[in-house]
Design a protein around this ligand. Structure first.
Ligand SMILES: Cc1cc2nc3c(=O)[nH]c(=O)nc-3n(C[C@H](O)[C@H](O)[C@H](O)COP(=O)(O)OP(=O)(O)OC[C@H]3O[C@@H](n4cnc5c(N)ncnc54)[C@H](O)[C@@H]3O)c2cc1C
Length: 410
């Protein structure tokens, strides 16, 4: 009797609680979110499975994102960005991740590169590089080195000064879009320094002599070409040094970390929601003939779905609150490093959450979830978050240290 009443209500769509739009989309970004999902469904999803299985770079998908006008959304509107660029960046990254996490992470690293060039570059460098970015060229960030591992802000490599600029010699352990990007922002230390904090950024073109990229054979994000790269005696012209010779650590805190932490956290939120949506659909559709119940009819399953959704929404709330704070900082001319502490919490939480939620989605999906397909791919793709630097261990340590040092905790 009760069951039939519920069925009737469902059919009439009466008495069903609607989840308010503002809960999953920051105010004023509803249209952008719809556009991003339409783009994801039409352009990213059809290529995502092939990209994963064949470990092929999602070039076409990135081109479509650029064609839609999303290749530099965080820079000022007059330079080609979007209004409230950090919130827009988060909405786009979260939405794209439902369809192709590999494309999304290539785009996040590209956006971080483009934003850093804009912020740290001279007017002449902006004029040279930003139109290329707006035309769909892709940038990569070559920071991490084997010797210093996930401490990507401490690099051991060094560039030598010569008549026309610098001779770069660096071995990088992971570079997203490695060998596929059009150019790389390479972090190295300035000549004659003993101090690894004397960071210098050099812009290197993909087709320059001495640039070598190696394959990426990984558990997930298989399309994003994040293999090692060598820069062997690469001649970099003086005009391709972005910012000062040393002292670029400032941009780690004010562009690179903030953009990477925000954009990647949004990607982990999108992966988690994508996996949970698939689990929900599967649970509703799968009916057991012996009990006459769908998987969604089992209370224990509904509780798993509820627990996962709460976890996603907690990370999403942190995401949009932090993005809005970053937009406020940009408007008021404050440094983005003002938002680092919330960003550390956000990335740690989102990267832990995506592991829990994708595992729960696989469990709810049963054998179907375990088979090669979207749900198991989300599990593999999402697993990268906690490992990508700053890793979750490092971030928890920074958060913990901050907590014990702030006086109001006494
Ligand atoms: C898919 C993918 C894409 C990437 N893309 C890029 C890119 O585009 N550009 C780029 O520069 N880098 C990139 N990286 C590198 C990434 O940012 C990290 O640097 C790297 O994943 C972690 O370094 P590692 O493997 O050397 O680990 P290690 O640093 O050796 O860490 C091993 C373990 O030790 C822990 N650990 C390390 N240091 C500490 C510490 N101080 N305290 C406590 N625990 C610690 C770590 O959390 C981890 O559990 C990418 C990595 C991946 C997996």
């Amino acid at each position: 009797m009760v069951k039939s009443l519920v069925k009737e209500k469902e059919m009439n769509q009466e008495g069903i609680m609607q989840i308010p739009e503002w809960w999953s989309c920051p105010e004023g970004h509803e249209e952008l979110q719809k556009m991003a999902h339409a783009l994801g469904k039409k352009e990213l999803l059809p290529r995502a499975f092939i990209s994963d299985q064949e470990r092929s770079y999602p070039r076409e998908s990135l081109r479509e994102i650029a064609k839609a006008g999303f290749s530099a959304v965080t820079i000022p509107v007059e330079a080609g960005g979007l209004k409230n660029g950090f919130t827009a960046f988060s909405v786009l990254s979260e939405s794209f991740a439902h369809y192709c996490p590999s494309t999304t992470m290539c785009w996040v690293m590209h956006m971080t590169t483009a934003h850093t060039i804009y912020e740290a570059g001279t007017e002449e460098q902006r004029q040279r590089f930003i139109p290329r970015v707006l035309n769909g060229e892709v940038g990569g960030l070559a920071f991490s080195e084997k010797a210093t591992g996930g401490h990507f802000w401490n690099v051991g490599s060094q560039a030598k000064r010569n008549e026309s600029g610098y001779l770069l010699d660096a071995e990088k352990s992971f570079v997203t879009s490695g060998g596929e990007a059009d150019f790389y922002l390479v972090a190295t230390t300035s000549p004659e320094t003993e101090n690894p904090d004397n960071l210098m950024f050099l812009l290197v073109e993909n087709d320059q002599n001495g640039v070598e990229a190696f394959p990426f054979d990984a558990m997930g994000l298989r399309g994003n070409a994040s293999g090692p790269m060598n820069f062997k005696n690469v001649q970099v012209a003086l005009e391709n040094r972005i910012g000062s010779e040393g002292g670029m650590g400032y941009f780690n805190d004010n562009t690179i970390d903030p953009l990477f932490l925000l954009g990647s956290a949004a990607c982990w939120v999108g992966i988690a929601q994508g996996a949970l949506n698939m689990a929900i659909n599967g649970a509703k559709r799968t009916v057991h003939a012996d009990t006459g119940s769908s998987v969604a009819d089992y209370q224990v399953i509904r509780h798993e779905l509820a627990k996962s959704q709460i976890k996603i929404d907690s990370a999403r709330s942190m995401l949009y609150r932090t993005a809005e704070a970053m937009d406020r900082c940009a408007k008021e001319g404050l440094e983005l490093s003002e938002c680092l502490y919330p960003l550390w919490q956000l990335k740690t939480h989102a990267a832990d959450m995506v592991i829990d939620v994708t595992n729960a989605a696989l469990q709810v999906s049963g054998g179907r979830g375990y088979m090669t397909g979207q749900v198991e791919k989300f599990v593999r793709d999402g697993r990268a978050g906690a490992i990508m630097g700053p890793t979750n261990e490092v971030l928890r340590e920074w958060i913990g240290r901050t907590l014990i040092e702030v006086p109001w905790m006494d």
